[in-house]
Design a protein around this ligand. Structure first.
Ligand code: C2O
Ligand code: CU
Ligand code: CU
Length: 515
C-alpha cells in the first residue's frame, strides 16, 4: 500500500475513533489532532548544543571512585527568555556524563533533594541487584544512597535514570537522566575526544504548556494514545534548536533515545551513509554502513559520520518503521518527522584516522547445544498476563548459563523489552535474521506489533535470592502501568529454594535510604 493511501485511510479511521470516543474520553481527537506531527521548518537552529559535563571515575585513596550526584529541582530556560521548572542531577536538567574504565570500583553518593521518593538505576550495567537502583532501592526525600560495584563489562554507552515504582515516566520526563560511558584499555582508533569528535546526543521529545512548563497531561497511555507521551518539541542534551559546530572530518555520535515513548529513525537530510560502530552494550564486530538508524526508548547507537569542509547538514528523525497494525491501522507516531540537530562543518577540517575494519566487540554468546529457553508475552499492562508485584519473584535465573528468550508482542501496538544486569544478541525477528546494525550486543530491543523477537542473553554473575532485577517494556507509561516482571539470580541448583514471595517489610522489597 502506498504511503498516501495508508495515510488517507488512517485519517479517516482517526476521525471515526474520535467521534465515537468524544463523549467517553478526554483524549478524544488525540490521534486526529496529533497526526503527522512535524517540526520541520518551525525550529530555528541557533543555540549551541549543550554537552553534559564529564565526571571521570578515578579511584581515590581507598581505591573507589565516589562521584557525588545530587538529584534536585531547578528551573531551565529552553527558549531564551522562558523558564521551565525541571529536575536535574548536579544541575537543572539531565546529569553529568559518568566515564569509567573497566575494573574501576564505583561508589556514587546519590542524594535525593526532590520532594518525593526516587531511585537511580544504571541502565545496561552488570552489577549486584542491591546496587541496581531499580524500584527496590528507594531513596527517600533528603536521603542518600551509596551503592558500590566494580565496572566489569565491555566498553559501551550506558545511561542512568530514576526507576521508582509507578512514577518513572514523570521523573525521566522532568529531566532525570545521564550517560555512563564504560571504557576499556583497548585502543580503537575511533574518534574519542568527548565533546569534540565524540558527541553525546540525548534525544527527548516534550510538550510545553503555554506558560513554558512541561505539559504532563499526556504522560499516560489511553485507548486513543496507546504509547504515552509523544511530544512535538525535540530537545537534544536539553537544548532546543541545537547547533553543533565541528572541526573534524569524522565525528562519532553516541545517540540515546531518552524519550518516554517516541521511537525515532535517525537519518541525515541528504540521506548520506554513515557507519554504525556500537549498539547498546558494546561495539559491533565491524562497522556497518547504513543511512538511517532506528531507536526505541532506552536504546543507544554509536555512529561515525563523515563531513566535508564548510557544509551544513541536519540530523533528522524520519517516519520510523514501527511495523503494521492489522487492527488499529496507523501506528501512532509512525508518520512523525523531526529536525533534530543542525551540524555545521568548519571551512577546513582536521583529517581523522580511518575507521578500523574490525572493532573490539564482546565475544559472541556461545550457541553450542541448546540454551535454556524462556518465553515472554507482552500484553496490556502486563507480561505473561501478570502485572508487576513488588513482593513477587516471577522467575529465577541460575548463574553460569546463557539463555534463549523469546519475546512475543501479543498486541497491535509497539512495545520494547529491556533486561537488567544482562546483554543479549538478537537471533531473529519474526523468524528473520536481524539487520547487521541490530546484531550487536543490546539490553533493549524494539518488538514490533504482533511480532516475536528471539535473543541469546547472558547475565552479570551476582547471586542474591532476595533482591530482584527487572525486565520490562521501556515505554515508560507501559512500564509504570505494570508491564514489568522481577527475577532473581541464584547459584545453580538452588532455584527451588527461592522464596517467591518477598515479605512486604523485608529490606529487599523496600530498601529505603533515609535522610
Ligand atoms: Cu532503563 Cu529498568 O530501565
Ligand atoms: Cu535498566
Ligand atoms: Cu510497551
Amino acid at each position: 500500500m502506498s504511503r498516501f493511501s495508508r495515510r488517507s485511510f488512517f485519517k479517516w479511521s482517526g476521525i471515526t475513533a474520535a467521534a465515537i470516543l468524544t463523549p467517553l474520553s478526554g483524549y478524544a481527537g488525540y490521534q486526529w489532532s496529533r497526526m503527522d506531527i512535524t517540526n520541520s521548518g518551525k525550529v530555528q537552529f541557533a543555540q549551541p548544543l549543550a554537552i553534559p559535563p564529564v565526571i571521570d571515575l578515578e579511584p581515590d585513596r581507598d581505591g573507589r571512585a565516589t562521584p557525588e550526584l545530587d538529584i534536585r529541582p531547578g528551573v531551565s530556560s529552553f527558549v531564551p527568555g522562558s523558564s521551565t521548572p525541571t529536575w536535574g542531577i548536579n544541575g537543572t536538567y539531565l546529569g553529568p556524563t559518568l566515564r569509567g574504565k573497566r575494573g574501576t570500583t564505583v561508589a556514587p553518593r546519590i542524594t535525593n533533594n526532590l520532594p518525593e521518593i526516587t531511585t537511580l538505576h544504571w541502565h545496561g550495567m552488570e552489577l549486584p541487584a542491591r546496587a541496581d537502583g531499580g524500584p527496590h532501592q528507594m531513596i527517600d526525600p533528603g536521603g542518600t544512597w551509596m551503592p558500590e560495584w566494580m565496572i566489569d563489562q565491555p566498553a559501551a554507552t550506558l545511561w542512568y535514570h530514576p526507576h521508582p515504582h509507578g512514577t518513572t515516566r514523570q521523573h525521566v520526563y522532568r529531566g532525570l537522566a545521564g550517560l555512563f560511558l564504560v571504557e576499556d584499555d583497548q585502543p580503537t582508533g575511533l574518534p574519542d575526544t568527548y565533546g569534540v569528535d565524540d558527541i553525546p546526543l540525548i534525544v527527548q521529545d516534550k510538550r510545553f504548556s503555554g506558560d513554558g512548563s512541561l505539559d504532563e497531561s499526556e504522560l499516560d497511555f489511553s485507548i486513543i494514545n496507546s504509547l504515552g507521551l509523544l511530544g512535538d518539541t525535540i530537545l537534544v542534551n536539553g537544548t532546543w534548536g541545537p547547533v553543533l559546530d565541528i572541526r573534524d572530518e569524522l565525528v562519532r555520535f553516541r545517540i540515546l533515545n531518552g524519550s518516554n515513548a517516541r521511537i525515532y529513525d535517525f537519518a541525515f537530510t541528504d540521506q548520506r551513509e554513515f557507519q554504525v560502530i556500537a549498539a547498546d552494550s558494546g561495539y559491533l564486530p565491524a562497522p556497518v554502513t547504513v543511512n538511517h538508524v532506528q531507536l526505541s526508548p532506552g536504546e543507544r547507537s554509536e555512529i561515525v559520520v563523515k563531513f566535508t569542509p564548510g557544509e551544513s547538514v541536519l540530523l533528522r528523525s524520519q517516519p520510523p518503521d514501527l511495523g503494521t497494525m492489522p487492527l488499529y491501522g496507523r501506528v501512532i507516531g509512525g508518520d512523525d518527522q523531526f529536525d533534530v540537530l543542525l551540524i555545521r562543518a568548519a571551512s577546513s577540517l582536521r583529517p581523522s584516522r580511518v575507521i578500523p575494519a574490525s572493532l573490539p566487540a564482546p565475544p559472541p554468546i556461545p550457541q553450542t547445544g541448546t540454551l535454556p529457553e524462556r518465553s515472554f508475552s507482552l500484553g496490556t499492562r502486563s507480561i505473561n498476563g501478570d502485572k508487576v508485584d513488588m513482593d513477587r519473584i516471577d522467575f529465577v535465573v541460575p548463574l553460569g548459563t546463557p539463555e534463549t528468550w523469546k519475546i512475543k508482542n501479543a498486541q497491535g501496538i509497539p512495545h520494547n523489552f529491556h533486561v537488567h544486569n544482562a546483554m543479549f544478541q538478537v537471533l531473529d525477528i519474526d523468524g528473520h535474521p536481524p539487520p547487521p546494525a541490530l546484531a550487536g550486543f543490546k539490553d533493549t530491543v524494539y518488538v514490533p506489533p504482533l511480532q516475536t523477537v528471539r535473543f541469546a542473553v547472558q547475565f552479570g554473575q551476582f547471586a542474591d535470592p532476595f533482591t530482584p532485577y527487572m525486565v520490562h517494556c521501556h515505554l515508560l507509561a507501559h512500564e509504570d502501568s505494570g508491564m514489568m516482571l522481577q527475577f532473581v539470580m541464584v547459584e545453580p541448583g538452588t532455584e527451588d529454594q527461592v522464596n517467591r514471595q518477598l515479605p512486604p517489610s523485608s529490606p529487599a522489597s523496600g530498601q529505603h535510604h533515609h535522610p
